[in-house]
Design a protein around this ligand. Sequence first.
Ligand code: PLP
Length: 503
Amino acid sequence: MIYETGAAVAGRGSDLLGDVGGEALARQGAGRSPASFGAAGQSTPLLEKLARSYWTEPADYAGVGQSPTSFGAAGQSPALMDYTDRSGELSRRASAAQPTLGGISVESIRSDFPILSERVGGYPLIFLDNAATTQRPNCVIERISRYYGREHSNVHRGAHELASRATDAYESARSAVARFIGAEDAGSIIFVRGATEGINLVANSFARPTLRPGDEIILTQLEHHANIVPWQMIASERGARLVAAPVDDCGQIILSEYEKLFNPRTRFASIAHVSNALGTVAPVGEMIAIAHRRGVPVCVDGAQSAAHMPVDVRAMDADFYVFSGHKACAPTGIGAVYGKPELLERGVPYQGGGNMIEDVTLERTRYQPPPRRYEAGTGNIAGAAGLAEALEYLTRIGMREIEKYEDALMLRLVSALADIPGLRVIGGLDARRVCAVSFVMAGRTPEEIGRRLNEYGIAVRAGHHCAQPCLRRFGLEETVRPSISFYNTFNEIDRLADALRVI
Ligand code: PLP
């Protein structure tokens, strides 16, 4: 069967979404012929190959071990199979197989996150907006409460017991961040509000003092606005300019073009590790090596990589690496900048105040050594304690396990999306994606799709994702962007695909 009638779709929806969901889907899908969902899907032989390679991988992930074709008639292309039929079967297998990450079942991981039991509009919440922010496990929520209940004071300032408890929490969090990203030591970690403040700090304290009129800063077409605007601000002040490495139609940076951008006026480069709009991954190791051969320092925007793959800032030889805690199961308002120790020694603080000084007269100020000289004022101490707890939680599960499981989820997601008639996945279907994927659908605005999915309890982002130059490279102003985390399930992906077929 290639397509089935609306009534059959509705029946299947009932299976997948539970009673309430099934009824609502039944009403939506009833009477609609599949042809009304749009033009033929986007499956390609390459995607099918990819999907098959995943489905025949080790059986510790749900739905694996089954070739997609085994769910349809012999010889029938998975691209042509009825998707709802296949996803229904896969979902049942997925729930039966109980995927695990390093021996911990996804179900048990999910039970750590109270918000995942929420219902939205009568449906179980399906949270696929993880590129915007992730959810918090109980241990992080409890850590914040414990901090305020038993440890809170200001740091570094008092001789009393609570001051040392708070200082211990703050400083041991710095060590936890250093361990998590493979930094030399806690001294190379600066606490900031998040990736945005981190990039502003790098731009102002380390790049700005080196800029002269006519100098250039290299970015890429994939950047989030947080990795464009701060550079624009310092460039316009100093008479410098930004240049951007182009990406190809698959969303991959064209390395040869990136290399050509370097010249004697190049002072700095700043690149996203993972694109928040497309999910594509930059070859940061190679890009940093190219920059270093010309003596140019590189800042890596790790907002979308830190929580999704093992990161080793020294192995990649990053001069700076920034990330946001809230995208890694930690509280909002806390993040970190890694800087090579010799570079941190040379920077010029761009914010002044308490905490960052060693001695002040009315004429001059002597700063603290790094990292404190870059942390003016009272920091987010509770946030830092929560960040440490979150990073330890991720480490207990294992970043390799998280990466492997999310890779499998992403393959399933891209494969499911590509099979939906009228849906266009942005970038190459066979590109490796981390966390996020963007798409548009014929005849529907992204905003409308986001709203309709929300009616089924499915949270995705619709809009420009603060990456307008990136979307415009693909001729778009907005997309729909589902984005995953390690607590998502194959079943949720299949339910998203089912909902997209009927809305
Ligand atoms: N860089 C990238 C790639 C992002 O995805 C984001 C947020 O979505 C940021 C920077 C900014 O992060 P924050 O808003 O946490 O500062």
